[in-house]
Ligand binder design. Structure first.
Ligand SMILES: NC(=O)c1ccc[n+]([C@@H]2O[C@H](COP(=O)([O-])OP(=O)(O)OC[C@H]3O[C@@H](n4cnc5c(N)ncnc54)[C@H](OP(=O)(O)O)[C@@H]3O)[C@@H](O)[C@H]2O)c1
Length: 410
């Protein structure tokens, strides 16, 4: 084995261990020279690598070919990724928050130093969506990329619909089974999906957007009543991340969404992820796979390593073209609901259309700009009102029609 081929792995948790096992099955395990962890006192499985807790973050060792960054801390990972790219070392990471917040800098750094930065494991676990978007669709006029990008919230939503659990019960179960973190905010608040959407958008549309510019609503305000309501119409609620392009204008959102059985994403359950890609020439593509976990993510991180070995780097073809403009004044149809009747006018948001969906004022269907929703997100949440996007006009018409029929019958 070439001595210039050594690897350093930072982080030996869920993904780090999956990566190490995958590597050991496929090549000399000693290539993974050093594994750096945080807690010296933790008992660990025996491996062929040296396990250290103190290691400089900037790796000037000429024999080290790549740094594999799989640590849990975004703050520590920043220096690790940035400083090594800056001195010309190759880096692989799966840290979506870090990447979504700093991709602009990382791309400039890798380009000026000649290093390579790969991160397939950061978006949708085992679905190779970054390489599909970057390589296969580099020249395709894409119209839309949307999907279920977070396995933890999808697991919780599946339990709400299949087992009639409350949100809290489903969250507890997901945590016990290791599908949700002890602090679930990033997953259930829609942030994790948002970071992945930002990264996918760079490759799909060539635009780098700051996470804080995009509306993200999570699943944490969904009630049993919302679930019952959806079921009544044969609908499901899924947390959908979506980037759409029309006339050169790009619009992004993460919203819990009412879907019907005609959607490719309707039957994605539990910890699975699904991605729909629509383009002018390619039509509609649909990908499904495990969205997280030790081996599904470890396998994709290993695929990044083999790509690095073969001299691969992302072309960022669309980023180098005159890019699209990001807007968030796209109008969407949403359902506002609360367990008790509420005055929709107290929300102080502008609607272009507002239709009550019951006689008591618990549910209203509205057409509203994404920017209006984003600016008033906290006010809406503080008033205990849940927001569900409505996937298609067909669903909106179905809901309106059904209420009108009930009214007439009453
Ligand atoms: N879990 C998934 O399914 C999944 C999927 C896709 C992407 N990711 C991303 O992959 C990364 C790793 O996630 P994970 O689930 O494997 O995390 P994890 O199980 O919590 O493991 C984190 C590892 O990082 C180590 N660590 C933390 N701070 C460190 C530091 N400053 N220096 C060196 N090591 C440090 C920890 O050391 P100790 O062992 O000593 O505590 C631990 O080994 C995260 O960015 C995550 O967002 C995870």
């Amino acid at each position: 084995m070439s001595t210039l081929n050594k690897l350093k792995l930072y982080g030996f948790g869920v993904v780090g261990q999956g990566f190490q096992e995958y590597l050991a099955q496929n090549e000399n395990p000693k290539r993974l020279h050093t594994i750096i962890v945080k807690d010296a006192g933790k008992s660990r499985k025996k491996v062929d690598s040296i396990i250290e807790t103190t290691n400089p973050y900037t790796i000037r060792d000429r024999e080290v070919f790549a740094i594999i960054e799989l640590i849990s801390s975004v703050q520590d990972a920043y220096g690790l990724v940035f400083e090594n790219l800056e001195i010309g070392k190759n880096v692989i990471s799966a840290n979506k928050k870090l990447i979504a917040e700093n991709l602009d800098l990382f791309i400039r750094t890798e380009r000026s130093s000649g290093s390579t930065f790969l991160y397939e494991g950061a978006v949708c676990g085992s679905i190779p969506i970054i390489r599909i978007l970057n390589d296969l669709f580099a020249y395709e006029e894409l119209r839309r990329v949307k999907g279920i990008f977070n396995g933890s919230s999808n697991y919780i939503l599946s339990k709400l619909f299949q087992d009639d659990l409350s949100y809290e019960e489903a969250l507890n179960q997901a945590q016990e089974l290791g599908f949700a973190e002890a602090d679930p905010t990033s997953d259930v608040g829609g942030y994790d999906s948002l970071y992945k959407l930002i990264i996918a958008t760079v490759h799909a549309f060539g635009v780098i957007i700051r996470p804080e510019q995009v509306l993200n609503v999570g699943i944490d305000a969904i009630t049993k009543e919302d679930v019952e309501f959806a079921k009544q119409y044969g609908l499901k609620i899924k947390l959908i991340a979506r980037a759409s392009r029309e006339n050169g204008a790009l619009s992004l959102s993460v919203l819990p969404t009412l879907l019907d059985a005609s959607s490719e994403l309707f039957n994605i359950e539990n910890e699975y992820n699904g991605v729909v890609v629509e383009g002018e020439s390619i039509g509609t593509h649909f990908y499904k796979g495990k969205g997280a976990g030790s081996h599904p993510t470890g396998a994709v991180v290993y695929a990044d390593l083999k790509a690095l070995d073969a001299g691969y780097r992302y072309s960022y073809h669309k980023l180098d073209q005159a890019g699209d403009v990001f807007i968030d004044d796209e109008e969407v149809t949403v359902l506002f609901s609360a367990e008790t009747p509420f005055s929709i006018n107290k929300l102080e948001v502008e609607f272009s259309n507002l239709i009550p969906l019951d006689a008591v004022g618990k549910r209203h269907l509205a057409k509203i700009k994404l920017s209006e929703l984003r600016n008033n997100k906290h006010d809406i949440q503080n008033k205990g009102i849940s927001v569900l996007a409505v996937d298609t006009d067909v669903i909106a018409k179905q809901l309106i029609q059904s209420y009108r029929t009930t009214e007439i019958l009453a």
